[in-house]
Ligand binder design. Structure first.
Ligand SMILES: O=C(O)[C@H](O)[C@@H](O)[C@H](O)[C@H](O)COP(=O)(O)O
Length: 207
């Protein structure tokens, strides 16, 4: 693994020689952050996205992580979700459930998926409300400089055009300042995944 970067406060860039090395490093990294959060706050709040991420997290389902990670302290959220049923092939919840959550002992009530039985607008409002409640009880921390939620870890893939979650470069959704969760009606992602997944929900604010 090569490390580069070094810009103050810009984080660290890790370049891996192989997919296997990347998967191991990612599992180690997540396990480390989880342990530190549980030690400091008693819980670990993680937000997932879709794409290749869940496949890359696969080692967490294997030894030693499946036994050493304190799964009972995990609270799981989605950085973005498609407006499809939870059992639809395009659902980011289904992706995570099949590839990770059904294979480790997370507590079902700690899995905060987006409601697929109401309209997308209602689901966004409901999700924001749920996060606000969990900020109040400090399951999700709060930013020191605003009232925005601060997850212990947000894992995002990066699309070829630079999009993360369902936030695309220059999209008007990037100007949203008030809502924590929003319904994006004209996401370019719909063209990538086909007409079954026209819209997405994204958590916008994290400081
Ligand atoms: O719902 C989605 O499509 C994802 O949340 C999306 O934001 C993904 O993370 C990026 O498109 C990167 O995808 P890859 O990891 O497959 O490159």
């Amino acid at each position: 693994m090569a490390l580069s970067g070094g810009h103050k406060n810009r984080g660290e860039l890790r370049v891996h020689e192989s997919l296997d090395e990347l998967k191991t490093d990612l599992a180690d990294y997540i396990a480390e952050i989880s342990e530190a959060s549980v030690k400091e706050r008693g819980v670990f709040a993680i937000a997932l996205s879709g794409g290749s991420l869940i496949g890359l997290m696969g080692k967490l389902c294997e030894a030693p992580y499946n036994k050493t990670v304190d799964w009972s302290k995990w609270y799981i959220f989605w950085a973005d979700e498609r407006v499809v049923a939870k059992n639809h092939a395009d659902s980011n919840y289904k992706l995570a459930k099949d590839g990770l959550l059904s294979k480790v002992p997370v507590i079902p009530s700690h899995v905060h998926s987006i409601n697929d039985t109401v309209s997308a607008e209602e689901a966004a409002d409901e999700y924001e409300f749920a996060i606000r409640q969990l900020v109040k009880t400090r399951v999700v921390s709060v930013s020191e400089i605003s009232d925005c939620p601060k997850f212990d870890l947000i894992l995002l893939g990066l699309g070829p055009d630079g999009h993360v979650a369902s936030l695309f470069p220059n999209h008007s959704a990037l100007n949203e300042k008030e809502e924590w969760v929003t319904f994006i009606t004209d996401s370019p992602n719909r063209h990538r995944r086909g007409s079954h997944s026209p819209c997405l929900l994204s958590i916008l604010h994290q400081t």
